[in-house]
Design a protein around this ligand. Structure first.
Ligand code: NAD
Length: 421
């Protein structure tokens, strides 16, 4: 990833500014990250050699509460990528009205290359390296691409050792046996499902069984495919980094989930036909659902998109250049900071439960998640309607106005009248 990603993210922010009530102070504070940490993590490999990995933890803004955002293990992780992800988290937590700011972390590593023991040493080494800048009241990490419950468990355990005491609220997405919450693993797909269901009457009201093509068959994409299929959608294509599988009549999602669990990839799937990865993006479907990585739909391929609506489950899957092309082609888009906000919302529940020493039931999590997703989706739609804006801009406006109110409440802009400046 390059600096373009951050520039792209800032374009969206700037596009929303003329439509949002935002103080000059808030605008200035939102224009750069609050803190950036780069660390080197030496890891003893199984063959006895020492390898050093670059790690990052960025806090973009924490006016509304501790920074919140996942940790990504991927070879393409850079300072610019992590900063951009932290920037998006700032708007996502504000959009959902959570008492958090935005942060993100990552390690430049190909986790598939590491043994389980090496992965554990890297995870613990990363937490030791950033331990001074995280904490339940400061910055609260969570899983992201290629990090999971197991990794969060190692990290929470390492943090407890460093601080010589339990602080389970330092990290969310932990195994339930270590203070995790039921429903966290499916929270992003459950949240996306509630957003889709809420906007469906407005965007796809003329189809009884809408069709969907889903790029990315990991934690978020595969579970959402299952929920949509259960709700009567035709999931006509799915892909992972190994293969794209297509069946215009609708795929048996359960068979693909089992195949991926058994073999680790969609290659040689027992159902559907294999198609080229790019062809999935060009299918004539009701919904195209990018659920893999940033920049999947860009200036080079956006013209081939023939979907009616794009639901961004991944963070930043559509570039600013692609946004303009889709808009001109009349393709509607529901943005990432709303669609994938279910994960951080259930992380909030986990943080509350850890801090109060309470346990939440799966039913309580599901009920509160649905309520949050439906309420904030309706609020974004209302801003879009009232101010005649696309949903992405409306989502930013909604978040920016909340951030501005919080920043202004810190008093910085009201302390000085014009005469005193
Ligand atoms: P994951 O690692 O579980 O899955 C990613 C999937 O994308 C894998 O199936 C991988 O094979 C596939 N993929 C990678 N490159 C691809 C390509 N070029 N074409 C097709 N498929 C490709 O990750 P995840 O947790 O499902 O996250 C996916 C996206 O959703 C990321 O952008 C992440 O930031 C975002 N997200 C995830 C969560 C969460 O709670 N998991 C929350 C918010 C946002």
């Amino acid at each position: 990833m390059t600096d373009d990603l951050l520039e792209d993210a800032i374009v969206r922010f700037e596009e929303a500014l003329p439509h949002a009530a935002l103080s000059e102070d808030a605008r200035e504070r939102l224009s750069r990250p609050a803190s950036s940490l780069k660390v080197s993590i030496p890891v003893r490999m199984d063959d006895g050699s020492l390898e050093t990995f670059a790690g990052y933890r960025m806090r973009y803004d924490d006016t509304r509460g501790p920074a919140k955002g996942g940790i990504r293990f991927h070879p393409g992780v850079t300072a610019a990528e992590v900063t951009t992800l932290a920037f998006w988290m700032t708007f996502k937590t504000a959009l959902m009205d959570l008492p958090f700011g935005g942060g993100k972390g990552g390690v430049a590593v190909d986790p598939k290359r590491l043994s389980p023991a090496e992965l554990e040493r890297l995870s613990r080494g990363y937490i030791a390296a950033i331990a001074d800048v995280i904490g339940p009241d400061v910055d609260v990490p969570a899983p992201d691409v290629a990090t999971n419950e197991l990794v969060m468990g190692w990290m929470a355990h390492e943090f407890a050792k460093i601080h010589r005491g339990h602080q389970p609220a330092v990290l969310t997405g932990k195994p339930q046996a270590l203070g995790g919450i039921p429903g966290r693993a499916s929270a992003t797909s459950d949240g996306a499902f509630h957003v889709i269901r809420t906007v469906q009457p407005r965007m796809l009201d003329d189809v009884e069984h809408p069709s969907a093509a889903i790029q990315g068959f990991g934690n978020a994409g595969a579970q959402l495919a299952g929920r949509l299929a259960d709700a009567g959608w035709r999931v006509v294509a799915v892909s992972d980094s190994s293969a794209a599988i297509h069946d215009p009549a609708g795929l048996d999602v359960g068979a693909l989930v089992d195949h991926k669990a058994d073999t680790g990839a969609l290659t040689d799937a027992p159902v559907g036909e294999e198609i080229a990865a790019e062809d999935l993006l060009a299918l004539e479907v009701d919904a195209l659902i990018p659920s893999a990585l940033e920049g999947a739909i860009n200036g080079d391929n956006a013209e081939s998109v023939r979907a009616r609506v794009v639901f961004e489950v991944a963070n930043g899957p559509v570039t600013a250049a692609a946004d303009r092309i889709l808009d001109e082609a009349g393709v509607q888009l529901v943005p990432d900071i709303l669609v994938n906000a279910g994960g951080v919302t259930v992380s909030w529940f986990e943080w509350i439960a850890n801090r109060t020493g309470d346990r939440w039931s799966a039913e309580e999590v599901a009920r509160r998640l649905e309520e949050r997703m439906v309420t904030e989706t309706a609020a974004v739609v209302a801003v879009a309607d009232e101010r005649d804006l696309p949903l992405r801009t409306a989502a930013y406006v909604h978040a920016i106005e909340r951030l501005s109110r919080s920043m202004d409440a810190t008093g910085t802009s009201t302390l000085f009248s014009d005469a005193e400046r």
